[in-house]
Design a protein around this ligand. Structure first.
Ligand SMILES: Nc1ncnc2c1ncn2[C@@H]1O[C@H](COP(=O)(O)OP(=O)(O)OP(=O)(O)O)[C@@H](O)[C@H]1O
Length: 281
């Protein structure tokens, strides 16, 4: 099956700053991909290129079908009512499912005559996601849609998106700084760091392919590809990729998603990308 999103040798430069350098990745159709990375990693830039808001300085980006985007800040026109936003969406989109959007907003208790500026942050996020889904995209790109939402509203927004993913082959690219929000939702992981791609792959395969090791100071890591290590007193903890080290003093377990992400973010020189081998690769 062809990928929903394919990025090859992507570089994006803002004047003298390269926001993204030599990124190549592909996300299979029907996946919910988490895009994580520290501030300034290039997440928004990648999303803008994916939806055609920004042109690559180098390389190519290919989306199979139509993309919809929910921006990080102010995704809606504040002076519009909800009904006006829906009418605007209908005019701007060739394939538009206004009926489903109206049903969803009614289910959420959001009145059509209410001005966007009078909605809570959670309601605004719900309206923005509903409008994006009404355009029947093949790829839905969401830049931190859960920021500033309370836990209940976060759960509701995720539930709406996941229902749509289950209904049809929608692919989602979702950025967030809160990895725990992504744990139950995402089955693909992309980690960007300082404009470079560190990780892109199936979440289960990545978790199966890594171990968290704990052992005494002085235990040998020979035979393992170390992503990163930390020390607490005389205890050493390491994230390794692939085979375990030979030294029997290590205790190994499968990492959680957050441990995996943090392990890579703390070691910007490490990467887990298809086709790369060697220490830290
Ligand atoms: N319009 C712009 N002009 C110049 N530099 C920019 C512009 N937009 C982004 N950058 C720079 O590009 C880099 C990547 O920014 P980007 O917004 O893509 O990161 P991000 O991962 O989305 O960050 P955050 O998590 O803070 O939202 C940063 O160094 C940023 O300062």
């Amino acid at each position: 099956m062809s990928p929903a999103l394919e990025v090859t040798g992507l570089g994006v430069r803002y004047r003298r700053t390269w926001a993204l350098r030599d990124c190549s990745l592909s996300v299979p159709a029907g996946r919910v991909a988490a895009l994580v990375g520290p501030n300034g990693a290039g997440k928004t830039t990648l999303m803008h290129v994916a939806v055609g808001l920004l042109r690559p300085s180098r390389g190519t980006v290919r989306v199979a079908g139509a993309a919809a985007f929910v921006a990080q800040d102010k995704p809606l026109y504040e002076s519009f009512t909800v009904a006006e936003m829906l009418a605007f969406g209908r005019r701007m989109n060739t394939r538009w499912d206004g009926a489903a959007a109206a049903v969803r907003l009614a289910g959420l208790g959001i009145p059509p005559e209410r001005k966007v500026s009078a909605l809570s942050g959670g309601q605004q996020a719900q309206v923005a996601v509903t409008l994006a889904l009404a355009s029947r995209p093949d790829l839905l790109v969401l830049d931190e849609p859960l920021a500033n939402l309370d836990p209940l509203a976060r759960h509701d927004v995720i539930r709406v998106i996941m229902a749509e993913v289950a209904d049809r082959e929608l692919t989602v690219l979702l950025s967030s700084h809160v990895v725990s929000d992504l744990e139950e939702t995402c089955d693909w992981l992309i980690v960007l760091n300082g404009g470079g791609l560190q990780v892109s792959g199936d979440v289960e395969e990545l978790l199966d392919g890594h171990h968290v090791l704990t052992g005494p100071d002085g235990a040998s890591a020979a035979g393992a590809r170390v992503v990163g290590a930390s020390r607490t007193g005389r205890q050493v903890s390491m994230l390794v990729r692939g085979a375990l080290p030979l030294d029997p003093r290590w205790q190994a377990r499968r990492p959680g998603l957050e441990e995996l992400v943090m392990g890579y973010l703390r070691s910007p020189g490490s990467s887990a990308l298809p086709g790369l081998t060697g220490v830290g690769a």
